[in-house]
Write a protein that binds this ligand. Sequence first.
Ligand SMILES: [Zn+2]
Length: 249
Amino acid sequence: MRTITKRIGLCAGLVASALIIGCQSAPQACCTVPETGATAASSVQTKESQAAMTPQAALVELKAGNARFVAGKPLHRDFPAQVRATASGQYPFAVVLSCLDSRQPIEIVLDQGIGDIFSARVAGNVLDDDILGSMEFACKASGAKLIAVVGHSNCGAVKGAVDDVDLGNLTGLLAKIKPAMDAVPAGIQPRNSKNSAFVDQVSEANVRLVMKEIRERSPILSQMLDQGQIALVGGMYDLATGKVQFYDK
Ligand SMILES: [Zn+2]
């Protein structure tokens, strides 16, 4: 099998490095959309590309991937070739927690291929011990450099939470979202699913709450964050535009 490198991932690293040191001569080809995509068709993350990726570069790549998706210019990928290339190992650069919603297929909207990111999806992108354990596996055991929590607009799970829906096992899941309502100013009325602004503000608050919980409930991840080995970022996906707004400022 020929040597395979992750061109875009490495480019993201170069761009991030350039941004950090203020270099004005970042490679022009980085993170632009190739006309044919032929060079990236079968490339996958390798142990070397993952090791070279910084947490900042990982975020740059997620942003670049979403920009490609929004522009309708995703990288051309040879998925069968990527399957073969990743069969013996995986070196994803990020772990993303996002909602179950069918309109937010996270690898697609972030334009990532096979082996690029760990993906945890659950209604309302809520946190529990199993998701937290999965993140610890992704970062501590498998070398991922970034944890992203991505909620979305018009979230059905959040609507269910604010409307106090009671339905089997869903009730317990929605209870995890309800504390986020308290973070939305009391002046925002009405506080139910008919108010889309309220629903979206609860979704944003939920993302921030989950980020806070990740730090508080995982000494392993908290230490990695403190030491700069990984980064944690939140974001919101807009169902109407396909754009992910990351909260990294
Ligand atoms: Zn949702």
